[in-house]
Design a protein around this ligand. Structure first.
Ligand SMILES: Nc1ncnc2c1ncn2[C@@H]1O[C@H](COP(=O)(O)OP(=O)(O)OP(=O)(O)O)[C@@H](O)[C@H]1O
Ligand SMILES: Nc1nc2c(c(=O)[nH]1)N[C@H]1C(S)=C(S)[C@@H](COP(=O)(O)O)O[C@H]1N2
Length: 208
């Protein structure tokens, strides 16, 4: 690992939240995507964070532009999208995400489908991806989540039984990923999701 990757910042985590929904963006139903994401983050994160919210239609260029704006202008370290990952013609969030990305992080999509299979057999219909957008002096992790509001907690938190983790939630890997791309140090409530950091040097750097 490079020295640069060891650098951790004490600054606030900036999170972009994008709800991708034709009907919620037209007011046909109230958006539950962004509120569910905010609610989950407020329970899971014990370190400071701020959110930048967007509610948009399932339009590929609009989704790509919104991700780019949140990373490049708002300087978000993490962008979570919800909705538009399935096989319907209007579901274009994965393609739009990859259009904004510099590198894909295939493990996020793989793990999300593993988790979701514990809840619904239709998990394999989600084409959700994880990716990085890296620009001069800044980088962000972008993760697609399914549109069903309940899927947000399911995929981020994973499956627990009698207090034990049966399938690890994908957020367990997010803090270390943010460390590695030079973002702020994130701490979670282990009762919601336990952050896993294999490299003790990063944790030690944070304590000094
Ligand atoms: N932002 C949202 N707020 C509330 N419920 C939602 C939202 N997005 C999706 N859902 C619910 O989850 C289901 C699956 O989400 P999906 O992203 O496939 O939406 P969809 O069927 O393409 O419709 P739309 O884009 O109009 O929300 C939706 O049919 C809807 O019941
Ligand atoms: N955890 C979880 N994952 C899930 C679901 C769900 O309810 N919970 N729904 C599935 C279904 S029915 C579909 S079609 C795909 C794509 O959903 P999206 O288009 O709303 O993103 O996500 C799948 N993944």
């Amino acid at each position: 690992m490079s020295d640069q990757a060891q650098i951790v910042s004490a600054s606030i985590l900036r999170v972009g939240l994008i709800s991708v929904s034709d009907r919620a963006s037209q007011g046909v139903y109230a958006d539950q995507g962004v509120p569910s994401l905010k609610n989950w983050l407020s329970q899971a994160l014990v370190s400071p964070f701020e959110v930048h919210e967007r509610l948009i239609a399932d339009e590929k260029n609009l989704i790509t532009d919104t991700i780019i704006e949140l990373v490049d202008q708002a300087r978000c370290d993490l962008v979570l999208t919800t909705g538009g990952t399935g096989p319907s013609r209007r579901d274009v969030t994965p393609e739009a995400t990859l259009a904004a990305a510099t590198r894909e992080m295939p493990g996020f999509g793989e793990q999300m489908r593993q988790i979701s299979l514990q809840f619904v057999p239709t998990a394999i219909l989600s084409r959700q991806v994880g990716a990085l957008r890296e620009i001069d002096g800044h980088a962000a992790l972008i993760i697609n989540l399914p549109g069903q509001p309940r899927a947000i907690a399911e995929t981020l938190e994973g499956l627990k039984k009698d207090g034990l983790v049966v399938v690890s939630g994908l957020f367990a890997a997010v803090p270390y990923c943010i460390d590695l791309i030079g973002g702020p140090y994130i701490e979670t409530d282990p009762a919601v999701v336990k952050a896993f950091r294999p490299n003790k040097k990063v944790a030690a750097a944070k304590e000094t």
